[in-house]
Structure formats: C-alpha cells, structure tokens
Design a protein around this ligand. Structure first.
Ligand SMILES: Cc1cc2nc3c(=O)[nH]c(=O)nc-3n(C[C@H](O)[C@H](O)[C@H](O)COP(=O)(O)OP(=O)(O)OC[C@H]3O[C@@H](n4cnc5c(N)ncnc54)[C@H](O)[C@@H]3O)c2cc1C
Length: 254
C-alpha cells in the first residue's frame, strides 16, 4: 500500500445519488486486485478528518474507477470533485477475491455492493461461467446495466424491492433455484448487512462455497484502529480492513 496524490480524470453523476469517478493513480492501479479497496481523503480540511473506504470498481493502469453513493458529508464532498482536482488515496488495501477458473460462479450484489463485484466480473468472465443476481430498493438504485450487459455473462437476474425494475423481490428470492439449475460452485456477495444475514440463512446446507465482501465503519483502513471489527462465528473478532474485506460468509456471526 502507498499514499498517492492522484488526479481526478472524471467524476460523473450516473443517476440521483450515484457517481462514478475515474482517477489517475499509477501505483494503486497497477497493484490492485479485484476485492481491494482504497481510503480516500475526501477533504483537505479537518472535517471530515478520516479518510473514507471505497471498493475498487475497475482498474486499467494508470487509472482506477470508484462507484459510490452519496450518503453523508464525505461522499457529498467527493461528488463535488472536478476533473483536474487532486485526491489523496491510500491503497490498494485489504485482501482480494479468490482466483478462479472453470467454475460456475454466482455474484450477488445488493445496491452499491455492485462496485467490487463488477471488478471481479471483468476478471472472471473469460475463464468461468459467470452469473449475477443484482438487487436494489428501486430502479433509482439499480445502475450500470449497460456495462453489465456488455460483459456478456452467462446469466443475469435483476430485482427491486418495489418492482420498479427487474423482478419484484430480493436477491434471495430465487437464489436456491438458480444455484440448483445453474449448478453453481460458489457465490461471491457484497451488499448491506441485512442482505448477508438473509443470504447466510438461504445458503445454509447447500453444497457451495460462499464469499462475502463486507462494509464497516472504518478509521484507518490497515488494521491499527479496530473500528471495523466484526464478530466471527468462532467468537473472536476480525478486522474488516486487514483480515478482509473478503471473508467466508459462514465465518462471520450474522
Ligand atoms: C471496504 C469498504 C468498501 C466500500 N466500498 C464502497 C463503494 O464502493 N461505494 C460506496 O458508495 N460506498 C462504499 N463503502 C461505504 C462508504 O465507505 C461509506 O458510505 C462512506 O464512508 C460514507 O461516508 P460519508 O462521510 O458520506 O457518510 P457519514 O456521514 O460518515 O455516514 C453516513 C451514513 O453512512 C454510514 N457509513 C459511514 N461509513 C460507512 C462505512 N464505512 N460502511 C458502511 N456504512 C457507512 C453511517 O453509519 C451513516 O448511516 C465501502 C465501505 C467499506 C468498509
């Protein structure tokens, strides 16, 4: 990992509170693997003081892309960055998704959880049969559909809670059936905590490996401050930043 002062190449409002930012960052772009994240110094002033974590959405040296949702002060400041502005990033951080070949992989994305899974999809698609379940609250939260279509995955399934796009339901609605009919070997998921809880219940007893990329409130990003600790199923605590963000789903206490 390294701290780099990077140049913002573009910062596009995709729709509503969702943005995509392209950043020139030679070191991080070269070193990053799908699943890694960066800590971004969203302000040069003292508020907010702490950097904010974002999964890497795409990387093509010397650029990386972030896909982010504006939820508070830090992400609001990020959304105001313009082409040519500088942004200090620390990264790449965390572990990465497993290296896979000739597998039937099911990606499961909830809302902005699509960000690190998109990077994984670009990496996996040529060597595996790739399937995606992508769900969000409503059509306003379901983005990147053209980019996902361009990846030409073996199967895609879209859901919204209110039925305004895709099928009405949750990412878990048909998951057992999809796993059985598509002979899925493993799932890789990213989304809100409620989604993981529900997934953990649905996937119990099935003969599939399950990986989950977690979000947590994070202070440092590299294992010093313990603010991102989560309880493991074994009863000890894991740091999302340094032990993760990718864990076996069943290794976490939900
Ligand atoms: C490893 C990792 C990868 C992430 N990747 C992405 C990504 O690709 N795109 C994206 O939009 N967001 C991502 N997040 C979440 C993002 O870091 C938070 O949304 C952001 O830090 C909020 O900052 P803020 O100042 O705008 O909000 P704040 O004002 O700090 O908080 C606003 C709301 O967001 C919640 N929140 C704050 N920080 C986090 C956090 N770290 N995780 C979850 N909820 C948080 C708060 O509880 C509060 O409800 C990721 C988080 C982690 C830990």
């Amino acid at each position: 990992m390294k701290e780099e002062k990077c140049k913002v190449s573009e910062n596009i409002n995709i729709k509503g509170k969702y943005y995509s930012m392209k950043i020139e960052t030679a070191y991080i772009a070269k070193k990053s693997r799908p699943g890694n994240f960066v800590m971004a110094a969203v302000s040069t002033a003292s508020d907010p003081l702490l950097k904010r974590p974002f999964g890497i959405f795409r990387a093509a040296p010397p650029f990386i892309w972030l896909y982010y949702e504006v939820v508070g002060k830090g992400t609001e400041l990020l959304s105001q960055k313009k082409k040519g502005d500088f942004l200090t990033l620390l990264g790449p951080l965390g572990n990465s998704f497993p290296g896979l070949e000739n597998k039937n992989i099911l990606l499961v994305a909830g809302g902005r959880g699509i960000a690190p899974l998109f990077y994984a999809a670009e990496d996996y698609v040529s060597r595996n049969n790739l399937f995606l379940i992508y769900g969000a609250k409503s059509a306003a939260d379901l983005n990147l559909l053209d980019k996902l279509e361009a990846l030409n995955m073996t199967g895609t399934y879209f859901y919204t809670d209110d039925g305004s796009a895709g099928k009405k339901g949750f990412v878990t609605t048909d998951i057992r059936e999809i796993i059985e009919t598509q002979k899925i070997d493993l799932t890789i998921s990213c989304g809100p905590e409620a989604m993981f809880k529900s997934l953990n219940g649905e996937l119990k007893g099935l003969d599939v490996e399950n990986y989950a990329s977690l979000e947590a409130i994070m202070g440092c990003g590299f294992g010093i401050c313990y603010s991102c600790a989560v309880k493991s199923a074994a009863g000890d605590y894991k740091k999302v930043c340094a032990d993760g963000p990718v864990f076996r789903l069943e290794d976490i206490e939900w």
